[in-house]
Ligand binder design. Sequence first.
Ligand code: G4F
Length: 332
Amino acid sequence: MSRRALITGITGQDGSYLAELLLAKGYEVHGMVRRVALEDPSRRLDRISRVLDRVKLHAASLESFPSIYHVFRLVQPDECYHLAAQSFVSYSFDDEFSTFNTNINGTHFVLAALKDVVPRCRFYFAGSSEMFGKVAEIPQTETTRFHPRSAYGISKVAGFDLTRNYRETYNIHASSGILFNHESPRRGYEFVTRKITSGIARILKGESTEVRLGNLDAKRDWGHARDYVEAMYQMLQQDEPDDYVVATNRTHSVRDFVNLAFSIAGLDPDKYVVTDPGFFRPAEVHLLIGDPAKATRVLGWRPKTQFEGLVEEMVTVDCENAGVSLARAKAI
Ligand code: G4F
């Protein structure tokens, strides 16, 4: 009988890649989605359109314990990947309250339902490099002290602690991935990488003349989401649950991303990129770079896509989607 996986946040970037991976491995894949998503499939289920006929979706809300409990009773999963969250750091400065509600209570509800209904179900929590915040050491590892700089980062530390607590207290097979930034052509438009690559496509199409950005000096360890979901899967295949850094061990500034993306499109960033103080954050995480040695040693995981390939793929796909030929763009 095939194994059953339940993914919260299946409609997001990571959820869509993970659903594809698990289906390819023969899993029966279930997704927990908000009711509004089911009512607006063309927009909200876009990322999982390729697999929509092969996954089973269940309406539930991270704000409602009964709705989550009901889905666990119905699905009886062997593995649960808890990816759903308010994941935009910037927004967490505008609304700390909803970020805490969704990310902390939501994680607690999922863990509590799992413990009650399917205590042998393996659990994955989507931790984040934002937990390191004002970094205590370079590069960051599983033992680096957390110092979050936003409500988002704090909420992820709480989720991480909840996950470890359920592991130690209730003997749940619960693991956390401390994932550094991971991008793809399926990234949300509000995140800086997609904002840049989709902005380039709009410029080439003649629909825009600029890309407005905040802090270009922030540095991130950027990998490809498709690679990172493999690490999530591997964590739940281990005999013992544990926590793992998932990163590339390379860091680049936002400016590096801008320069490479614009050069791929044959454009001069100085003509189009505008620095806008409105996009600066009240507290910034200046430098992230992760050491994935433990994930490599224990899980056999390595990033397959490097920074250059990631940027090229994102620019290319956004231009294709906009109907702009990159070859022609370069000739302009
Ligand atoms: O793309 P970002 O919004 O991602 P951020 O804040 O690093 O968070 C992402 O990665 C985390 C993992 O470390 C996840 F946990 C989290 O859910 C999310 O996926 O911003 C990246 C950097 C920041 O330093 C930001 O200040 O880009 C800088 N930036 C500069 N201009 C901008 C902009 N960010 C955004 N979103 N928009 C700008 O215009």
